[in-house]
Structures are given as structure tokens and as C-alpha cells.
Design a protein around this ligand. Structure first.
Ligand code: PEP
Ligand code: MN
Length: 345
């Protein structure tokens, strides 16, 4: 076995102390490697990423408190279930996602006006949503389509959080906007089209805001996990994976919701998984069945597009529920959350 592999896990003994862990982190640091600590129910594990030769030369097994040193053979390391057995739970603004907590994220595709967003936010909250979504920077297929309100949109989102208490999820497309987006939002969304924008991934890895990472239009499950690895590698462990449909030959829907991605991601990774039935289906009447299927398959959350007046939406109106439809779908979703033995938020 190639013990000189660049990535490995140091499994600490149950009796290991904080000082034992710190001693190892300092040693790794001085050797130019990086240790990522995961505190599990039974044991603390340190994931090590660094130069192969350097790590191989460190007598890590000899350090006090170390139980064993095990190479991680999967291509993704820090996101893997091997590295962390227990589910990652992400908590923002008093509401949680993962480990039995299901998030219901709702709101329009784009922030269009103050009135539109505030109306959407209040309707979402009244119907049981636990977080508010809305894009201020929009990745549009056509350069002539509405591109989003930018900073003005972020300010409107922050106002909606003030009014409703709902944490904000919004998309970041360009590292130059990172500071502004991180300042206003609670969760940074990386869109499907940027799933393999590695510089953007590394940039959000360096901030403390949780990241909702959407699966690329033609990305495999392992490519999604490798993209998440870029974020964790920089130190940000709060990543949410999002299945939003992939391109297939099937033309009946906008994309094909890969429902099997949900249990597979949960087997392979400790990160929470959210499903976006709106972009998967592209149609209002498919949002409910796909939402129910997602929760039944083990998803930790849903991201649903909802607009006060979908018929005049500037983007994705055809897949956006109106407030009445959202309230009805939300009830069914809450029933299936109960059935799954989980809690909303
Ligand atoms: C969105 O959430 O509005 C969006 C653009 O999604 P995706 O990146 O999945 O297409
Ligand atoms: Mn959209």
C-alpha cells in the first residue's frame, strides 16, 4: 500500500487530549502540510494534506495520542465518509440543515425589485420556508437576458432577512464579488455552471460562510465531490451539495433529476445534500412530486423557486411556484419530513 500517499487520516485514541492534537498540527504545519481536524462521536481524526515525500517522512504514528495512520484511497478525502462518519450539520440564523434537520429554501430565481423580493420572503416564511433564496448575480445563457441587480440585490436580500429572520442563500459568480456577497448573505451559492471554476471554489474555501455547491449540468457525482474537496481543502468545511438535474437525452423535462445521486452522495460523503426540483424539472407541476421523492430518498433540504407573480418573472417563471402553490407543496413536504422522522429546520 502506498503509505506515502499525499492524503491520510490520523485517527486519535479516545483518550487523546487537545494538546496531543495541537502537537501534531504544529508538526504538520512546520513541515508545510495541513491538518484538518474532525471531532467525531468516538474519536478525533486529523486529515492530512500535503507533499507526499514530506508526509511520508514524518513519524506520525509515534506521536502521543495517535491510534493509527490510515491512507485515504478515494480521490476525494476531506469530503469522504471515511474521513468523517457523522453527518455534517450546518446551522445559520438559528436553523439547521443535515443530521435529521431538513431545510426548505424558497424564493425567486432573481431579485427583481424590493417589493417582489419582500413579498416572496413573507410568503415563503408564512408557508414554512426556513431560508430565503434569490439571485443578485445571474448566470444567464443569453448575454442580453436580465443579469441581476448586483449589490442593490444583495441589499434587498439583507432587508428581507431583517423583515423575516430567514437566512439568505445567494449566488456568487465572480471572486471579485466575494467580499460583498459574503457580507450580505448567510450561505454562498456556487451555480451549476461554475461547479468546476476551481479558482472560485478555492476562494470560497477561504471564507467562513457555508457554501451551497450545485452539481454541474454534465458533471458526475465524483466530479461534484472533487469540486467540494477544493472548498474543504482551503479550510471551509461547511459545504452543502446540491443535485439540480443533469443533461440527458430526455426532453420532457428541462434536466433529469438524478434521484440516485442523493443516497450515493450520502454514502460517499458526510456533507448534507439538497435537491433543487425547480431547475431539474423546469415545470411548476413537477416540483411537488420531485420534492417528495427527494426527501424520501434522504435529502437534507430542498431549494424551490417561488415568485409572487411567476407570469411576469424576469427569469425562470415557468418553473416558479406562486405563493399559494408553494404553501400547498410545503404542507406535503412537511408531511414527508415527518414520515422520514426528521424535523423542518
Ligand atoms: C439558480 O439557482 O437560480 C440557478 C441559476 O441554478 P443552476 O446554477 O442550478 O442552474
Ligand atoms: Mn433559476
Amino acid at each position: 500500500m502506498d503509505i506515502g500517499s499525499t492524503e491520510m487520516m490520523i485517527v486519535m485514541q479516545e483518550s487523546a487530549t487537545g494538546e496531543d492534537v495541537d502537537r501534531i498540527l504544529e508538526r504538520l504545519d512546520s513541515a508545510g502540510a495541513r491538518g484538518h481536524v474532525s471531532t467525531g462521536d468516538l474519536a478525533t481524526v486529523i486529515g492530512v494534506v500535503g507533499e507526499r515525500d514530506v508526509i511520508a517522512g514524518l513519524p506520525l504514528e509515534a506521536y502521543p495520542g495517535v491510534d493509527k495512520v490510515v491512507p485515504i484511497l478515494k480521490p476525494y478525502k476531506l469530503v469522504s465518509r471515511e474521513f468523517r462518519r457523522s453527518d455534517t450539520v450546518i446551522t445559520v440564523g438559528g436553523t439547521s440543515l443535515g443530521g435529521g434537520h431538513v431545510a426548505l429554501i424558497a424564493g425567486p430565481c432573481s431579485v427583481e425589485t424590493r417589493e417582489q423580493l419582500l413579498e416572496a420572503a413573507v410568503s415563503a416564511q408564512q408557508a414554512g420556508a426556513t431560508m430565503l433564496r434569490g439571485g443578485a448575480y445571474k448566470p444567464r445563457t443569453s448575454p442580453y437576458a436580465f443579469q441581476g441587480l448586483g449589490v442593490e440585490g444583495l441589499e434587498i436580500l439583507a432587508e428581507a432577512r431583517e423583515a423575516t429572520g430567514l437566512p439568505i442563500v445567494t449566488e456568487l459568480m465572480d471572486p471579485r464579488h466575494l467580499e460583498a456577497v459574503a457580507k450580505y448573505c448567510d450561505i454562498i451559492q456556487i451555480g451549476a455552471r461554475n461547479m468546476q471554476n476551481f479558482q472560485l471554489l478555492s476562494a470560497v474555501g477561504e471564507v467562513s460562510r457555508p457554501v451551497l455547491l450545485k452539481r454541474g449540468l454534465a458533471a458526475t457525482i465524483d466530479e461534484l465531490l472533487m469540486a467540494a474537496e477544493y472548498i474543504l481543502k482551503e479550510g471551509n468545511a461547511n459545504v452543502i451539495l446540491c443535485e439540480r438535474g443533469i443533461r440527458t437525452f430526455e426532453m420532457a423535462t428541462r434536466n433529469t433529476l438524478d434521484i440516485s445521486a442523493v443516497p450515493i452522495l450520502k454514502q460517499r460523503s458526510h456533507l448534507p445534500v439538497v435537491v433543487d426540483p425547480s431547475h431539474a424539472a423546469g415545470k411548476v407541476d413537477l416540483v411537488e412530486p420531485l420534492s417528495l421523492a427527494a426527501i424520501a430518498a434522504g435529502a437534507d433540504g430542498l431549494m424551490i423557486e417561488m415568485h409572487p407573480t411567476p407570469e411576469i418573472a424576469l427569469s425562470d417563471g415557468a418553473q416558479s411556484l406562486d405563493p399559494g402553490q408553494f404553501a400547498r407543496v410545503s404542507k406535503r413536504i412537511q408531511d414527508i419530513i415527518d414520515w422520514a422522522g426528521k424535523t423542518l429546520g
